[in-house]
Design a protein around this ligand. Structure first.
Ligand SMILES: [Zn+2]
Ligand SMILES: [Zn+2]
Length: 400
């Protein structure tokens, strides 16, 4: 069910009419001498939006999707001493659907449930259902030790995603020694949000195509799809991101070149199952229910809510060309990831909470790692950089 959002970025057609009037003063019908006349021009413009155009299919995949055509629809006649009227109709951006986009449309029409389920979809759906069942049973097996284990794992795996997957591996906001980078990535792996190759690939596409058709998890396709539906529909995801098939992830060659990330990618599920078995052996069912149920549920719902919530509700101090927002409540649950509008404005910044009161736990940890000499090349925009970004975004919006 589509949500009411800001005006769609997908092009509509407008008709613009220019009315140009030449006014000749001081002349009579029998005297058109240039010395006796004074000429001025007036111009008025009217623009009327028209209905959205249903794009036509194109057999040519190479056709640019946002081709802009301009059509001059009337000739201009300018008789001397009479009013000259020129009407020019301009048509803007009729997108031509490529075969890939048509297939995407067909998949959308089929819906989420009525489609081919790949092994990856089934696996992650089962893991998700298992997590919820464990979480629901957790209050009945309350145990202080189990809750403490869940809290520690919540912190480790949450930071693994926000610091490791997001700010380090996706945006390269700073550098860590390889052994420490792999430690954070391994913690992120246990969050239940899949391995770094998958996560980073999806998130890079989110930044590249924010709020467009190719955005992997835009709330334009519905709140629930943006929250978790995308995570269980790998074929659609691959097609949206322009991949030839599932499992290619062509935009993360730097990760695919490292054996450690390939290993995590190939063996991801076994690490999750292994942690579950370990918790069960150490503390029995309460440890399993709290450590794998409640903890995974909170980490995943928190992180996956950033997608819809921080593109729907919150402040927008930066006029980014998307719907990203700053949401303080989300920031509290996600170690600072809720300052999403700040992040979309300056994605490489290691710090997302730009103001002193914008709680950003992930940044505090990066700062600590820098102080002890482990984090290097930390990118932190100055106040002047942030002001410049704000002005340039405003200027861009004014031009558009
Ligand atoms: Zn975003
Ligand atoms: Zn990001």
């Amino acid at each position: 069910m589509p949500l009411p959002l800001k005006p769609s970025p997908f092009p509509t057609v407008t008709n613009t009419k220019w009315r140009i009037r030449r006014v000749v003063a001081g002349s009579s019908s029998n005297n058109t001498s240039p010395q006796n006349t004074k000429t001025s021009w007036s111009c008025s413009v009217t623009t009327s939006p028209t209905k959205r155009v249903v794009p036509k299919a194109s057999a040519n995949e190479n056709t640019p999707p946002n081709r802009i055509t301009r059509v001059a629809s009337a000739a201009v006649a300018l008789p001397v001493d009479t009013v000259a009227i020129a009407t020019v109709a301009t048509e803007k951006a009729t997108p031509i659907k490529t075969p890939n986009e048509l297939e995407l449309q067909r998949m959308r029409n089929r819906g989420f449930w009525n489609r081919k389920w790949h092994m990856a979809d089934v696996t992650h759906m089962l893991l998700g259902v298992g997590t919820h069942v464990l979480a629901l049973s957790a209050p009945f097996v309350f145990n202080t030790g189990a809750v403490l284990v869940a809290l520690v794992l919540f912190f480790m795996t949450g930071i693994g995603v926000t610091l490791g997957y997001h700010r380090l591996l996706t945006h390269r906001s700073f550098k860590l020694p390889k052994w420490l980078e792999y430690c954070f990535a391994y913690c992120g792996c246990h969050s239940g949000q899949r391995d770094p190759i998958f996560w980073v690939s999806v998130h890079k596409n989110h930044h590249k195509y924010t709020d467009q058709e190719r955005d992997p998890h835009s709330p334009r396709e519905g709140f629930w799809f943006s929250h978790f539906g995308w995570f269980h529909y790998h074929e659609y995801l691959a097609m949206k991101c322009g991949e030839p098939e599932i499992g290619v992830y062509s935009n993360v060659p730097e990760l695919k070149a490292q054996w450690f990330y390939r290993f995590l990618h190939d063996t991801y599920v076994w690490h999750i199952i292994g942690l579950g078995v370990l918790l069960y052996l150490v503390g029995g069912y309460p440890y399993l229910a709290w450590g794998m149920g409640v903890r995974t549920l909170v980490v995943n719902h928190g992180t996956f809510l950033v997608g819809p919530v921080c593109h729907l509700w919150g402040g927008r101090p930066y006029n980014t060309p998307d719907t990203s927002t700053n949401n303080g409540i989300m920031a509290l649950f996600t170690f600072g990831e809720g300052w999403h509008n700040n992040h979309h404005a300056i994605p490489r910044s290691a710090r997302h909470g730009f103001k002193w009161w914008q709680v950003d736990v992930t940044w505090w940890i990066i700062k600590f790692l820098e102080m002890v000499g482990l984090a290097t090349d930390v990118y932190l925009p100055t106040e002047a950089d942030r002001k410049r970004t704000q002005l340039s975004l405003l200027a861009k919006a004014a031009i558009i």
